[in-house]
Design a binder for this molecule. Sequence first.
Ligand code: 3HC
Length: 427
Amino acid sequence: MNKLIGFTRKFSSSAALNSVKTVTVVGGGLMGSGIAQVAAQAGQNVTIVDIKPELLDHAQKSIQNNLQRVAKKVHKDDPIKMEQFVKESISRIKITTNVEEAANVDLIVEAIVEKLEPKQELFNKLDKISPEHTIFATNTSSISVNAIGSGIKRKDRFGGLHFFNPVPVMRLLEVIKTESMSEETYKIMMEWGKSVGKTCITCKDTPGFVVNRLLGPYSAEALRLYERGDASKEDIDIGMKLGAGYPMGPFELADYTGLDTNKYVLEVLHKLTNNPVFRPIPLLDKMVSEGKLGVKTGEGFYKYKKYKGEARLARTSTNAFQCCVVLCQSSQANIACEDPYCILVTKSDASAKDIDTAMKLGAGYPMGPLELADFTGLDTKQSVLATLYKETQNPVFGPIALLDKLVAEGKFGRKTGEGIYNYLEKI
Ligand code: 3HC
């Protein structure tokens, strides 16, 4: 009898693992259309729901354009296959303004406005009209996943699937595992992420998850550096690109993701963590109130002609401001492994490997912050942080128990064979 139960469980679980064939994406904006695109590209039938018909039209057009970019890469020497790929992918996408028409699917991913109440209302409604087996996921960038799903009954079939902009290009998917999520749902989410071409990392329902938690202090420190007049925005951007190998500088990235999004994420992180590194930035508040939101409005830190990056920076200037590289990277590695607030390593909200993977695939960094700390040397990092803390009294540079412990044990990173990671070959 027990054997039979075991078999049935195994069977139902593996059947479920292959079961995401139909997907609904609620929200037809930039993120929603990107999510729909990667699912359709992977052969799944997708419905995009939005209350605004004009957004749905726009989503279809932008998906068509982006599919053509993908097709050029995948089938570059074969125009017939290129056309077929675009045509077939597009034919798998339906649009509707009526969520009830799209509730009967295997997976529903929500990517609507970044506000708690509308998200809660949507899931409460979906919970009533969707079949039992439907799994729900939110693409929230900073709101608590548990709070979003607090009103639904199927808490075991609910979690976070956090994508990165531009969705078709960034290879990362953060799977947010809540305490009430079942192992089966977690496996389905991880498998689904893989099926749409993403590398999945796992994070608990902790403020900002991995990437936004680390991008927040980076972006905030860059803004304050500029606000104080310590360096120009151009030099800070060049510094991070040439000194750290990032694909965009912090001001280019803020313009790209939207200053309103940046402000909102910082506000939420400040509220949830009370960490002063996330405190309000007057310059950001002013720009948002003036409607300067970045690429989408034609002006942010830079001006954009027809929303295309007119103000692209020269990648070869020699005037890079290296000090901001140290400041920004230190703050990120600090947040990644510090004791009191976070997060990641010491509180095991995410593993060291997943944190590094997240920053490489979600933000295009050449190394993750913890790999970089091992690379530069934990002893060096400790002394740089001590100097920065002494000079600025900024708690983001304050002592880190994990770092102090590793250095005291002589584990300095790559040069000693062990640091956050172990580099010694096992015999
Ligand atoms: N769809 C499909 N392909 C696209 C695309 C899209 N929307 N956008 C760009 N691409 C492709 C291009 O076709 C090009 O392909 P190719 O190399 O084969 O020619 C490639 O991507 C590079 O594009 P570009 O040449 O136009 O420009 P760049 O080389 O400057 O790369 C970038 C653009 C990929 C955006 C790069 O600058 C980058 O990685 N920036 C960092 C982005 C980042 O950090 N994103 C995360 C933001 S945080 C977030 O999203 C979380 C949220 O919660 C706020």
